[in-house]
Design a protein around this ligand. Structure first.
Ligand SMILES: [Zn+2]
Length: 239
């Protein structure tokens, strides 16, 4: 099921180190049984090793790279192909940022040249207990996953692509309402409505799965199928 190259062998010390860092922020990770923790950490290790991290306004730090990689692995944990190989570069900024002198402020975005995240808002997404369904890292990794699979077609995950097409075709009627209520000045960048609906749904799916399942059970079920995981179970994985 895993597609880990042989060089993914990691020492016990590295495993312990990664587990400690990830477990300090990700309740998702702490809930996993031991075997799944190993799968998770190996994937974080591989993901991190295959990306270039760029720090803007804050010191380069290994723990930050591990944590940002862990957010990608959380979203892709149920998929065979988790590397999002279209994206080679991840830009971590200290705080909200502008992409031009007259532009609005962003807390994260995905562009062809990389994935961008404000680390201040990254932390907020994992520390604030999920009452507002926001997690910028999950949001941007959801965008990146679609870009990697549907548009770029590098390293695509076949099951994801099939199920994402179903998600796209069945979600239309609830789309406009969700967009209207969730978009803020920080996040109104130039993706189509379908893209924002997807990313916002994935955020809710991970930040407050109980609430999403209760309020939008059909959407919750579709997301379980697309991502091949159920965050409400201890093991997360479905297949
Ligand atoms: Zn978005």
């Amino acid at each position: 099921m895993d597609q880990l190259p042989a060089e993914a062998e990691m020492s016990d010390a590295v495993f312990e180190r990664y587990s400690f860092v990830i477990g300090s922020l990700f309740s998702y990770f702490n809930e996993l049984p031991e075997e799944s923790k190993k799968r998770f950490v190996k994937r974080v290790f591989q993901f991190r090793a295959n990306k270039q991290f760029h720090f803007i306004g804050l010191e380069k730090h290994e723990d930050v790279e591990i944590l940002v990689s862990a957010s990608a692995i959380q979203v892709t944990f149920g998929l065979n192909n988790y590397m999002m190989s279209f994206f080679k570069d991840i830009y971590i900024l200290a705080d909200a940022y502008q992409t031009g002198p007259e532009e609005e402020y962003y807390i994260g975005h995905v562009a062809p040249d990389g994935i961008y995240l404000s680390f201040k808002h990254f932390l907020y997404g994992y520390l604030h207990n999920g009452t507002d369904n926001t997690n910028v890292a999950v949001h941007e990794m959801a965008h990146a996953l679609v870009h990697n699979n549907v548009f770029a077609q590098y390293g695509a995950d076949r099951n994801f692509r099939l199920n994402y097409e179903k998600f796209s075709s069945t979600s239309g009627p609830i789309l406009a309402d969700v967009i209207t209520n969730r978009r803020s000045y920080l996040r109104s960048y130039a993706f189509s409505n379908m893209h924002e609906f997807w990313a916002v749904s994935v955020e809710a799916f991970f930040v407050n799965p109980t609430g999403l399942k209760k309020n939008m059970p059909d959407l919750y079920d579709v997301l379980c199928r697309v991502l091949n995981q159920d965050p409400l179970t201890q093991n997360k994985l479905i297949a």
